[in-house]
Design a protein around this ligand. Structure first.
Ligand SMILES: *Cc1c(COP(=O)(O)O)cnc(C)c1O
Length: 391
């Protein structure tokens, strides 16, 4: 048989060497603390699980769901957006549930990208934006995110002929992996840019609820005119510790939502209904669980940032997201440095270059490791640093 070019040409998985090393070490019985995983360690709140159990016993929920989701789930999403961001979304035209937002993020490329078309994608970024583009036959033009620009892309530096050819602009705030946040002024600039070059804006926003020190991230859909040019992907994964249940949504421009719906109705059969009912319970339930989770993440963030700065890894406390983005020591590339920490300290972090060229010179530590293991990892890093100083 002959595998397609699109599969054969998939770029090598950048973390493959490190994952192999980790597996070898664990097979030998070595204890490694992983700060590399971005998957909440805390459980889904009990009231959400209760609703899931109850709904799963109802035979009405054992049958095929509709691709466009339960009307009451779409209404709950609109209501949540109303309460959280003051927006009045039409639940039938401007809201679409997704089987986890990753699913929609990958598939929306099929709505805009024909072979040879260009998507503008930040660098570093979640790899799915460019992989979806590639699967649709398109090309990615990368927008570097630099510390000097607060990890916001400088839209003025995109060559006009590239911007004219491009059909999609991807953005993600609060940002993974840098932890950066964007304000409405930036999103207003994005709307103007999208109008000028006739771009579809796709804003990926799974971290708007994971924020610290009282900071309240904004939605792209709050920017005037945003509904004419774009959509926002959101997810219950990070806000409600529901990564395992696979439920997310896209909201915004009705034409874009409808195009994605048409793709999806030919590819999938929707989200299991019991999970949709659990998601409704999460969205319409108390926000106390979010506050509780954020207090835990904020304490971890402070521990990580303090330790990193003490051992010479320059890191600023992020206002939001589940990540600390820190500079590697001068002259040390991110893969070599992450490998060194794994070999010499028994701590795994993610090399920044895994998220794109502009991630070189950084490592990422995630805040989703249980407290005792995180504290153990940080003790190891301090001890490792002290041993370095003595060499
Ligand atoms: C976790 C994450 C997603 C995907 O979340 P789902 O579990 O698929 O809803 C999308 N984008 C970013 C930046 C993420 O970190």
């Amino acid at each position: 048989m002959r595998i397609s070019k699109r599969i054969e040409n998939l770029p090598p998985y950048l973390f493959v060497e490190m994952s192999k090393k980790l597996a070898e070490k664990r097979a030998k019985g070595e204890d490694v603390v992983s700060l590399a995983i971005g998957d909440p360690d805390l459980p889904t709140p009990p009231h959400v699980i209760d609703r899931l159990c109850q709904a799963s016993r109802d035979p009405a929920n054992h049958r095929y769901p509709e691709s466009e989701g339960l009307p009451e789930f779409r209404r709950a999403i609109a209501e949540w957006y109303e309460q959280r961001f003051g927006l009045d979304l039409d639940p039938d035209r401007e809201v679409l549930p997704l089987i986890g937002s990753k699913e929609g993020i990958a598939h929306i490329a099929l709505c805009f990208i024909d072979p040879g078309d260009i998507a503008l994608v930040p660098d570093p970024a979640y790899p799915v934006y460019s992989m979806g583009t590639m699967f649709a036959g398109g090309e990615t033009y990368y927008l570097p995110l630099t510390e000097e620009n607060g990890f916001l892309p400088d839209l003025d530096t995109v060559p006009a002929e590239i911007a004219r050819q491009a059909k999609v602009l991807w953005l993600n705030y609060p940002n993974k992996p840098t932890g950066a946040a964007a304000g409405l002024d930036f999103f207003e600039r994005v709307v103007a840019f999208a109008r000028e070059y006739d771009l579809a804006v796709c804003h990926d926003a799974p971290y708007t609820e994971v924020a610290f020190d009282g900071y309240q991230p904004v939605s792209f859909m709050q920017a005037p005119g945003s509904r004419e040019v774009g959509v926002e992907f959101h997810s219950l994964s990070k806000s409600y510790n529901m990564t395992g249940w696979r439920v997310g949504m896209v909201v915004g421009n009705a034409q874009m939502v409808n195009a994605l719906m048409r793709v999806k109705s030919n590819l999938d059969s929707g989200i299991p209904q019991a999970i949709q009912y659990a998601a409704i319970a999460a969205l319409l339930g108390s926000r106390d669980c979010i506050e509780e989770h954020n207090a835990i993440y904020q304490r971890r963030r402070d521990l990580v940032v303090d330790t990193f700065n003490r051992i010479g890894l320059r890191a600023r406390p992020p206002q939001a997201s589940l990540y600390v983005w820190a500079r590697t020591p001068e002259g040390c590339n991110s893969i070599d440095f992450a490998t060194k920490l794994l070999d010499e300290a028994g701590v795994m972090v993610t090399p920044g270059v895994g998220y794109g060229k502009s991630g070189e010179g950084y490592i990422r530590a995630s805040l989703t490791t249980p407290d005792d293991r995180l504290e153990e990892g940080l003790r190891r890093l301090e001890a490792w640093h002290a041993s370095q100083a003595n060499i």
